[in-house]
Design a protein around this ligand. Structure first.
Ligand code: 1CP
Length: 353
């Protein structure tokens, strides 16, 4: 398939313009986890699907929940509804989502555990997700960009090794120290499968990609280089070789001072900053990398709302004006966010002078 050039797509989808080298103002915006439990219509569709994974693997329903926040707020980009744990599930590691608790996987503790993974069996599940992409490209407004995604190998590995979310990713960090060969093999499998998964999403119609490295911030700098930077660099190089016109956003959450190095060494087109990154740090990142910067409103401030929200949005906009910038949160929307605060946020960003 030949993709339309970035420049051509950017004429119709303003979200893509900063990636084509044109700063636009007001900045394009979308919010991480824009589909989710804070919306009553999501809770209703989620109820119909039964389990969370069933929602991910039901293209009509997954497309419906992707469209819901776009109908309400007309964000400049929409993100495919799926989850980063679809990759281990497709590879053959059983994944369950326990109501009120989060994901549970049968942990991979050693080299023997890797034998459960099979790169050859992912096609069926990846194709189902790509059906969602096709429905979305048909049903989304033409001016809305569609973002495909996956988890970065490091972050996905923390769930595969730990068997669940954890505050410090201790199980994965320990395995990486004790048995780096096994851990490297796991990372290599994830690189391979994630490149395949993202390539399929591109072929099905996404405009750009985000790689979520939510736990990048828990590593010492040498480990960050090996498990965050190196695998991401390989993924970006392989994708860019085939699809040079598909922008890639990286979200190395918590990378802080290592963010500029992350951008330079991985070759991503944009770095998404978490809330703890100071505005001066975002400006510096924009100057040092010359790329797009995305971020970084505190999701809790979106829950709180009020004058502080107005003020902080104003400060972010003032700092990033004239730059290649995408407005977003520093992390995903929280489930107890009042939908009217999201409406207020959209109004504030759209009014940016
Ligand atoms: O039952 C529900 O409805 C569960 C809530 C939920 C949702 C709405 C989960 C479970 N995943 C999702 C969707 C999701 N996850 C999207 C969809 C697109 C959108 O943004 O609208 C995306 C991009 C993700 C990515 C994701 N899943 C990440 C990376 C981003 C981040 O938030 O840091 C991670 C770490 C996950 C794992 C995951 N999935 C769900 C939960 C509760 C978790 C976190 C588990 C934990 O660490 O405790």
């Amino acid at each position: 398939m030949t993709l339309e050039t970035l420049g051509k797509r950017a004429e119709r989808r303003r979200f893509l313009r900063p990636f084509a080298g044109e700063p636009v103002w007001p900045p394009p915006m979308w919010l991480m986890r824009q589909a989710g439990r804070y919306l009553p219509e999501y809770r209703e569709t989620r109820g119909k699907a039964g389990s969370f994974l069933n929602l991910c693997y039901s293209p009509e329903l997954a497309a419906e929940v992707t469209l819901q926040p776009i109908r309400r707020y007309q964000f400049d980009a929409s993100i495919l509804f799926s989850d980063i744990l679809v990759v281990p599930d497709a590879l053959g590691q059983e994944v369950r989502f326990v109501e009120g608790e989060g994901p549970r996987l049968d942990p991979i503790e050693d080299a023997a555990g890797l034998r459960r993974l099979d790169l050859a069996q992912t096609a069926e599940k990846y194709s189902i997700v790509c059906e969602t992409v096709s429905i979305l490209r048909r049903d989304l407004p033409d001016e809305t960009a569609l973002i495909g995604f996956c988890g970065a190998p490091w972050t996905v590995a923390t769930y595969m090794v730990g068997g669940r979310g954890s505050p410090d990713q201790a199980a994965a960090r320990l395995l990486a120290y004790k048995d780096p060969e096994t851990f490297q093999r796991l990372i290599d499998i994830l690189v391979e499968s994630s490149v395949d998964y993202l390539s399929r999403q591109i072929e099905a119609g996404v405009d750009c990609l985000q790689i979520f490295d939510s736990w990048a911030g828990s590593l010492a700098d040498n480990q960050f280089e090996r498990w965050v930077v190196a695998p991401t660099r390989v993924m970006v190089a392989r994708l860019k070789e085939k699809y040079p016109d598909v922008p890639i956003l990286g979200f190395p959450r918590g990378a802080d001072q290592l963010s500029a190095r992350f951008a330079a060494e991985t070759g991503v087109d944009a770095v998404s900053c978490n809330t703890a990154m100071p505005l001066s740090g975002m400006v510096e990142l924009s100057e040092r990398t010359g790329g797009v910067v995305q971020g970084n409103l505190d999701p809790l401030l979106l829950v709180a709302g009020g004058e502080q929200l107005d003020e902080r949005v104003g400060a972010i906009l003032a700092a990033m004006k004239g730059r290649k910038f995408v407005f977003n949160l520093g992390h995903g929307i929280l489930q107890y966010t009042p939908p009217e605060n999201v409406a207020r946020l959209v109004e504030l960003v759209r009014a940016a002078a």
